[in-house]
Ligand binder design. Structure first.
Ligand code: PMP
Length: 417
């Protein structure tokens, strides 16, 4: 009998029958409040009517028109619509199907454009699971152990993780920037460095916001040394943080922006955006792919951008995110096993630390599993697996946040007992 490989780690036993908005209806007859959104993908909620209609209509006209063979209307429209939301100056785009592919494509672009070999990543970052993306990922050795040799030319610098050392944010930023400069002095020369690659909020690495001052420090060094600043907005982008892009908090301008996940409410599509000047330094044909910019996914992405704007979902993510964070902080006061609540907008992480002989990872896993029992879907993250992450859809209502908090509280009570 064939079965799914055990190589996949299953977070819940739920089998979906159908889903709508923030709710998943299981084949077990139960309703689950979904605070996972397919790992931060179904930003407009499950099966938003406008997204469904756009995809349905597109399926009836053309499904696949390979975009380096013949162009199609939904992609032209998407390029136009992305122009309305991308940072100024990032006006040249190409498409792929997943976050990992887009990360790889961005890295290749920066190497071609600069003629330099090295990419600097920051400890705890997650960028995907292909060989190149796994090499760039330092959110856990489980993503790369056992399948070396990995890609060459990747250097890791510290991430300013203040809490880990009991430092202020400023101390952590000063330390991480000083270590980066030391890396330049000891291991990898700045003029051998093609790119910095960083997330605005570490995602799978533990839902840690990247301090604004750190991004500004990277921007300064990128400008000084001709290094390309690549911001991976795959998880934090598209409204999730309460701003359209996660890096906007810092006021820093990226040279390359990568987006995927929330871009098309569940259809597989990713985009790489840069200035026309930077893109022009790579030769035509050096990037591409059979399925990139698929017509149905592009139509769904256009509808997603419309829905986000028409329903004010970025603002909703900010307000509902505050409500969620506040409720979680209240629960943290009650349960000493919670040692941190952090994140931005609707990207909230709850960190657990060893309590009563049980490790932080064990506690987080127990809480995550208990939430399923209480009808709330959640996930864990972090290199030590000791963070539970909540990622509701951007359409989530105040009542749904309250209900989610109530169910999360019930799961905490189960585990604490
Ligand atoms: N970058 C980030 C920031 C991500 O969160 C992810 C996925 N979790 C990826 C890249 C990889 O995306 P995908 O799984 O679509 O390849």
């Amino acid at each position: 009998m064939t079965a799914l490989s055990p190589i996949l780690k299953q977070a819940t036993p739920v089998v979906v029958d159908h889903a709508k908005g923030c709710w998943i209806h299981g084949t077990d007859g139960r309703d689950y409040l979904d605070f996972t959104t397919g790992i931060g993908v179904t930003s407009t909620g499950h099966c938003h009517p406008q997204v469904v209609e756009a995809a349905r209509e597109q399926v009836g006209s053309i499904i696949h028109a390979q975009y380096t063979t013949v162009m199609h209307k939904p992609l032209l429209e998407l390029v136009d619509k992305l122009g309305g939301v991308l940072p100024t100056g990032l006006d040249s785009l190409f498409f792929a199907n997943s976050g990992s592919e887009a990360v790889e494509a961005a890295v290749r672009l920066t190497r071609m454009a600069t003629g330099r070999p090295n990419i600097i990543v920051f400890q705890g970052g997650f960028h995907g699971r292909t060989v190149a993306a796994a090499t760039l990922t330092t959110a856990g050795t489980r993503f790369s152990a056992g399948f070396s040799p990995l890609m060459g030319g990747v250097q890791m610098a510290p991430f300013p993780y203040a809490k880990r050392y009991g430092w202020s944010e400023q101390q952590a930023v000063d330390f991480a920037l000083a270590e980066l400069d030391y890396l330049f002095a000891t291991r990898v020369a700045p003029n051998d460095t093609a790119a910095f690659l960083i997330e605005p909020v570490l995602g799978d690495g533990g839902y840690l916001p990247t301090p604004d001052a750190f991004l500004r420090g990277l921007r300064e060094r990128a400008d000084k040394h001709g290094i390309v600043l690549v911001i991976d907005e795959v998880q934090a982008g598209f409204g999730r943080t309460g701003k359209f892009w996660g890096h906007e908090f810092s006021g820093v301008r990226p040279d390359v922006l990568i987006t995927a996940k929330g871009l098309a409410s569940g259809f597989p599509i990713s985009a790489i955006a840069a200035s026309a000047e930077l893109m022009g330094k790579a030769w035509p044909g050096s990037q591409g792919g059979t399925y990139g910019g698929n017509a149905v996914a592009a139509a769904a992405a256009c509808a997603t951008i419309d829905v986000i704007s028409e329903e004010g979902l970025v603002e909703n993510a900010r307000v509902r995110g505050e409500q969620l964070a506040e409720g979680l902080r209240r629960l943290a006061e009650k349960y000493p096993m919670i040692t941190d609540v952090r994140g931005r907008g609707l990207m909230q992480g709850i960190e657990f630390t060893e309590t009563g002989g049980r490790g932080g990872g064990e506690l987080a896993t127990a809480v995550q599993q208990a939430t399923t029992g209480h009808g709330l879907l959640s996930l864990t993250c972090g290199p030590l697996g000791n963070v539970v992450r909540l990622i509701p859809a951007l359409v989530v209502s105040a009542d749904e946040i309250d209900l989610g908090l109530e169910r999360f509280g019930a799961a905490l009570a189960d585990v604490a007992d």
